[in-house]
Ligand binder design. Structure first.
Ligand code: FES
Ligand code: FES
Length: 206
């Protein structure tokens, strides 16, 4: 069956099996291997991507449920020429874990900050509740998300090429080029979606 969707701001028309999972389409047909398969059962969060700004476990979403939707993978987080502030904050705070869990944590954190630019620690912990890693106490990860949130609060209009957050004070040395949209790629809802992860592709495909 034919599937049209946007991934990281790029429109795609693909031929997919009716039962294909979004995770497999992203990894195997589009070569976007940032989203990982850990459990394959919606438990670990390694496969987390954004669908219209909401965090979803792509192992539980059928590809056809993404029809007409805008998907963002970890590959789409970085603004052209630089990292997303969440990525930079993860580096700054030593919050990087392994390549399996970190992409999912970044995407869950991104969904949180889209919905709640200034989250409490409790909200951060809740947002990460579906991202499992037995190798960390999450302390630095929470610090990183709080640091990125501080930048989000100070967000200026990126289309005007304005420096944002701490970068404006020269702490990150990160400057947004003209016309770059932060993380939330062109075509994604600009309004803040409801907080929390959608565990499967809820609602009608559009
Ligand atoms: S692979 Fe574990 S939640 Fe999807
Ligand atoms: S699962 Fe990635 S470091 Fe623990």
């Amino acid at each position: 069956m034919e599937l049209r969707l946007r991934v990281n701001g790029i429109a795609h028309t693909l031929e997919v099996e009716p039962q294909a999972r979004l995770l497999d389409v992203l990894r195997e047909q589009l070569g976007l291997t940032g989203a990982k398969e850990g459990c394959g059962e919606g438990e670990c969060g390694a496969c987390t991507v954004l669908m219209d700004g909401l965090a979803v476990n792509s192992c539980l979403v059928l590809a056809h449920q993404a029809r007409g939707r805008s998907i963002t993978t970890v590959e789409g987080l970085a603004a052209a020429g630089g990292l997303d502030r969440l990525q930079q904050a993860f580096i700054d705070q030593g919050a990087i874990q392994c390549g399996y869990c970190t992409p999912g944590m970044l995407m869950s954190a991104k969904a949180l900050l889209l919905a709640e630019p200034d989250p409490t620690e409790e909200q951060i912990r809740l947002a990460l509740a579906g991202n499992l890693c037995r190798c960390t106490g999450y302390v630095n990860i929470i610090k990183a998300i709080r640091e990125a949130a501080a930048g989000e609060v100070a967000l200026k209009d990126p289309a005007a090429g304005v420096r944002v957050g701490k970068a404006a004070e020269g702490e990150r040395g990160q400057e947004l080029p003209q016309g770059v949209l932060l993380g939330n790629e062109a075509g994604m809802a600009e309004s803040a979606p409801a907080a929390g992860k959608v565990l499967s592709g809820e609602g009608e495909a559009v």
